[in-house]
Design a protein around this ligand. Sequence first.
Ligand code: SAM
Ligand code: ZN
Length: 145
Amino acid sequence: MKTKTPKNIPIYKYPQDLATKRGVNGLGLFAKVPMKKGDCIIEYIGEVINDKEANNRGGRYLFQTSKDRHIDGTTRSNIARYINHSCRPNCEVDIIKGRVFVYAKRKIEPGEELAYDYGKEYWDEHIKPKGCGCVKCVEKRSLVK
Ligand SMILES: C[S@@+](CC[C@H](N)C(=O)[O-])C[C@H]1O[C@@H](n2cnc3c(N)ncnc32)[C@H](O)[C@@H]1O
Ligand SMILES: [Zn+2]
């Protein structure tokens, strides 16, 4: 019988199944084991703060979950904070009752970097000014040259 993975229970653990490595976009999170499409990989955890506090704190690790709620993922125990942005992502996020889970969008092979689409607001503010370093954008730029 085929068993379905529960939607909000991450099934991969750090450091057994996930590795952090430095690359062109700073640290990134990589798969050490094969992952199936739809697998719940990891939860983005941290302190839940309101919009005013998020604006005061700023930073690269804020994840907005609703109009007035953000997760400050700065804590080092939040391994999901190392997942970089991609314009051709192999992961996607889902917000379930204010909690953020990262899922495999397709089959992922060991050694692949995990990435999801950060969304337009974050991309415009933090990625665009320095240039997106995801594989899709790097390929696109090399073709234009
Ligand atoms: C949540 S952190 C991801 C982990 C980060 N690389 C680190 O070393 O801590 C988001 C930051 O990583 C960098 N980053 C992530 N994806 C990127 C991309 N596709 N291109 C350029 N920089 C990226 C940006 O500095 C962004 O603000
Ligand atoms: Zn890109």
